[in-house]
Design a protein around this ligand. Structure first.
Ligand code: ZN
Length: 122
């Protein structure tokens, strides 16, 4: 009781009450975890990202490998074929589109080789 009286006199008790109410107000305004509300593909994507796969649907631009026939750029796909856009020159404004099929490496008109590799679906 004596320490409580000392805190009141020093104003510490009032600071504590103010801090606690401020924290409680912040907690009430926080958004819920999006994983709790996500369903379907969005949920699968969030779970994959959470497990460390930052590109679960292979939507990021691939960095070109050497591009030779012996060392082609590997393109992952869950299907037997995939369309690839090749930016043949660094500052080119046009994209060369080509289909690549499983087991058949393909050469772009610029001379770069691509090969389809199998990826397990989510
Ligand atoms: Zn090309």
């Amino acid at each position: 009781m004596a320490s409580l009286c000392r805190q009141i006199i020093r104003g510490n008790a009032l600071k504590g009450v103010l801090l606690n109410s401020a924290r409680r107000g912040y907690a009430d305004k926080m958004m819920p975890d999006p994983l709790e509300h996500a369903t379907g593909l969005e949920r699968k994507e969030l779970l994959a990202i959470q497990s460390g796969d930052d590109d679960p649907f292979n939507m990021k631009v691939l960095k070109k490998a050497a591009g030779t026939k012996a060392n082609p750029t590997l393109v992952p796909s869950c299907f037997d074929a995939r369309i690839v856009g090749c930016i043949c020159e660094e500052h080119s404004t046009a994209i060369s589109w080509l289909w690549i099929h499983k087991g058949q490496p393909r050469r772009c008109e610029c001379g770069h080789w691509y090969k389809l590799i199998e990826k397990t679906p989510l």
